[in-house]
Each structure stands twice: as C-alpha cells, then as structure tokens.
Design a protein around this ligand. Structure first.
Ligand SMILES: Cc1cc2nc3c(=O)[nH]c(=O)nc-3n(C[C@H](O)[C@H](O)[C@H](O)COP(=O)(O)OP(=O)(O)OC[C@H]3O[C@@H](n4cnc5c(N)ncnc54)[C@H](O)[C@@H]3O)c2cc1C
Length: 417
C-alpha cells in the first residue's frame, strides 16, 4: 500500500532512505533544514568523501566500535559491494585507495551528494530545503476509512507549517560538526516517543594531554608507531600507524581510532603509551643504541640520536630519560641507556580530555539500538517510526565505515517503510 512518508534530514542516510522508500512506490517528502542536501558529505574525507570501504560485511563489522552486531543484517542486505554498484549505476566513477577506501574518481565529495540527489529526484522524492522539523508526534486516526495499516499517523510540525505522514524516518545525524545541520534534534524526537538515548560523546577526535611535551612537538607527525591505552595497567586498545603532535596534545589516524575507546572512561585513570620503535624488541633497540654510540663516542648524545628519532623529539625524550643532551656519549651509563630505551619504547602521555564533540568526526551514542528492529530500523515502541544513520547509537573507525552505516541503515529503513 502506498504510504505518505516523511524523511527528516537530507544527509547520507536520509537521502538513501528517501530514495528506496520512493522506489517502493511511496509518496516521499524529504525535509532538510539547510539550503542544500548533504552538507556534511561535502567535508568528508577532506572534501574527497571516502564513502565506503571495499570489504565484506564481516570485515566491515570489525571496524564498527559501538553495536557492531546490530549492523549484521543491514550490512548483509546492503553491503559495501552493493553501495559501490549503487553509486556506479548512478553515474559516479569510483576508485579504491590504500586500506580499501573508496572515493569518487573525481576526488569531489559533491559528486557523491549529486548522485544521491539525482536518485531521489528521479524516484520522485519531493525535496524541501530550508525546512526545519520542530516536533513529531503520533495521532490516533478517528476516521476508519483513512486509517493506515497500523492505525497510526504522525503530525510533523516544521517552521514552514504542519504536515502529516503514515511513516516517519528520522535521519537527523548526531552532534558532531553542528554547523552542517546535525544538532541532535533526532535525539529529542526519539525521547518524546519514549525512546532511550545513550549519552552522545565525541568519537574519532583528537586527545588533549597533560603537560607541555606534546605541544612542544606540535606539527611533528610520526609513522609506524604503536599507540596503546591502558587503564589500571590493563590494555584497552592499541593501534599501529600514524599520529601527530598538536598544540593540545595528539591527533592523527591512530589517535582518532583510540579516542573511540576512551570516550566513556574516566581519563585520569588512563595512560597512553607510545612505542616509537615497535619493530624492535628492547634487546634489538639496545644493540642499536650501542652501535650508534660506538660510532660517535665523543659526540654529545643530543647529536647522535638523529638516525633513531625525529629531531623535534630528541630533547623531549632525553629530558624524560634524565640525560643532558650535552652529555658525551662515552659517559652515558648503562642505567641511563636503559632509561633512554624506556623513553623510546614507552613514551607515556596522560590524556586530560577528548576534543569537543563539535570537532569530532562522529558522535558515539544516540538512539538506543535495543529499541530498534535491526532488519528494518523501525522503532519497537512506535510502529511507523524509523531511525537511520548517525542518530542511532552506532559509530565506526575511519575508512568509509561511518557512511557505510548511513547507507545500510538508510536502505533498511527505506525498504521497510
Ligand atoms: C569532518 C568529517 C569527515 C568525515 N569523513 C568521513 C569519511 O570520509 N567517510 C565516512 O564514512 N564518514 C565520514 N564522516 C562521518 C560521516 O560524514 C557521517 O557519519 C555521516 O555523514 C552521517 O550521515 P547521516 O545522514 O546519518 O547524518 P548527517 O550527515 O549529519 O545528516 C543529517 C541531516 O539532517 C538534517 N537535520 C537535522 N535536524 C533536522 C531537523 N530538525 N529538520 C530538518 N533537517 C534536520 C541536517 O541538516 C543534516 O543535513 C566524516 C564526518 C566529519 C564531520
């Protein structure tokens, strides 16, 4: 039966949901508060939009941090492979880069939005821009002849007037980068229907650290390092790869991933350990130090570590090892060498805060998935009410997985509506 469907939010998940709902023969209205669709998509992947990851649903699930199991069905129904085909069929030429990250060949995020928008327009979705939804409520129909299947209808109040619908898909996003339009409105709509929401916290963001060591090295980026987080001596998570020192602490790929595991922890209990030479065992690093020292016996130690450490790190590492940079190598004691080794293999940083949610790439938390049907994205509390995308308590690592979540959940909602 043809239904009147309102989709709130014209981001990646909302456009996907609107298109598939319209394809199924429903009358679909897409309401977007901004002057254009997909404002967040424009800034994704540094303007290039890493829109999915060419991996199996099982592999993609391993990159989802919150509630990966909830995504099993949706990812199988609309996996990365189908998302790639969907965009190609829509005329987007695509390419796959390092780590199976998929981008538009043009390197223009706007082409991803254009493709989605064209799909929607061709399927007959009525797109209403500059229309902010203020409230959604359920009304019980009184006239039996206009009763919809499940006896519910929704009243939607927007700043342009009142609308009604048989089904509503909430695709309002999370709280990160609110200038793109995602200001958490969907959480309020969900709560007004009795849904629980998990507190929204930043994920994929920089980490502020105590002290001045990191700030002193700001601008320095490191490759092939291992960054681990421990709480009360137990490892929480560990990532190998790249990171960057900044004025507030640390950022870069490994740090973003790590932040998604720290966002609900009391940070004073957490210790970050950076292994600057993860490919070397302690013994191998000691041998390397001895060789380097032997080659430059009479030089100041501050001048012989250049082969092992970036220049900007040498003074910081030596300070932590309690060795003066002027100290001649031939007078460095065994104990001092041990301290140096430890400062290189276990460079400790104490996190003081995560960067604010406004700067986070995604929001962790949101509408609790326990009250959502994972196959259809329909509310278990209110028939006809659906949620998709970042408004749900789902978040993943970088690599195209967050947009994949938006597409898979949007597909599920649009088809089920
Ligand atoms: C800087 C940055 C880079 C990123 N890069 C990537 C990447 O390369 N790959 C990746 O997979 N993910 C990336 N992400 C994450 C990804 O962009 C999001 O997870 C995804 O866009 C979420 O889609 P969504 O449709 O659920 O929400 P959104 O894109 O946030 O869309 C929600 C829409 O709803 C509208 N809206 C909200 N409230 C209302 C209302 N009351 N009435 C009407 N409209 C409303 C908003 O204006 C917005 O357009 C990045 C995020 C950021 C911030």
């Amino acid at each position: 039966m043809e239904k009147d469907v309102i989709v709130i939010g014209g981001g990646a998940s909302g456009m996907t949901a609107a298109y598939f709902a319209a394809l199924r023969g429903n009358r679909v209205v897409l309401l977007e508060k901004n002057e254009k669709l997909g404002k967040k998509i424009y800034i994704t992947g540094k303007g290039r939009c890493n829109f999915t990851n060419d991996s199996s649903p099982e592999e993609a699930m391993k990159h989802i941090v919150s509630n990966p199991k909830f995504m099993t069905g949706a990812l199988r129904a609309f996996p990365p492979e189908s998302v790639m085909r969907f965009f190609e069929d829509g005329g987007l030429r695509i390419k796959t880069e390092r780590g199976n990250r998929v981008f538009p060949l043009s390197d223009h995020a706007s082409d991803v939005t254009k493709t989605l928008e064209q799909y929607c327009r061709k399927a007959g979705v009525e797109i209403c821009l500059k229309e902010t939804v203020r409230s959604v409520s359920k009304k019980q129909c009184t006239m039996p002849d206009i009763l919809s299947e499940n006896n519910t209808m929704f009243d939607i109040l927007t700043d342009c007037g009142a609308r009604t619908a048989d089904a509503v898909i909430v695709a309002t996003g999370g709280l990160s980068y609110p200038t793109t339009g995602s200001t958490g409105d969907g959480y309020r709509f969900a709560r007004e229907f009795g849904h629980s929401t998990v507190a929204a916290v930043p994920a994929l963001c920089g980490i502020e650290t105590e002290g001045t060591d990191c700030a002193q090295m700001q601008g320095l980026s490191l490759k092939n390092v291992r960054l681990s987080a421990l709480r009360k001596g137990r490892e929480i998570a560990s990532f190998f790869g790249e990171m960057l020192f900044t004025h507030f602490g640390i950022s870069g790929p490994s740090v973003l991933s790590l932040s998604s595991h720290l966002n609900r922890l009391p940070l004073p209990e957490v210790e970050l350990r950076l292994d600057l030479k993860p490919a070397l065992t302690d013994g191998q690093l000691d041998q390397r130090l001895l060789r380097d020292f032997d080659a430059d016996k009479n030089k100041a130690i501050g001048n012989v570590l250049g082969g092992l450490l970036p220049k900007a790190m040498i003074s910081v590492v030596l300070r932590r090892a309690n060795i003066s940079p002027q100290k001649p190598v031939n007078s460095v004691t065994k104990a001092e060498r041990k301290g140096l080794l430890s400062a290189i293999k276990c460079f400790i940083m104490i996190p003081s805060a995560l960067r604010p949610i406004e700067e986070a790439i995604v929001t962790a938390g949101g509408v609790s998935v326990r009250e959502i049907n994972p196959g259809t994205m329909e509310s278990k509390l209110v028939p006809g009410l659906f949620f998709c995308g970042e408004v749900l308590d789902l978040d993943a690592y970088t690599g195209g997985f967050n947009l994949q979540i938006a597409f898979s959940t949007g597909y599920a909602a649009g088809n089920a509506v």
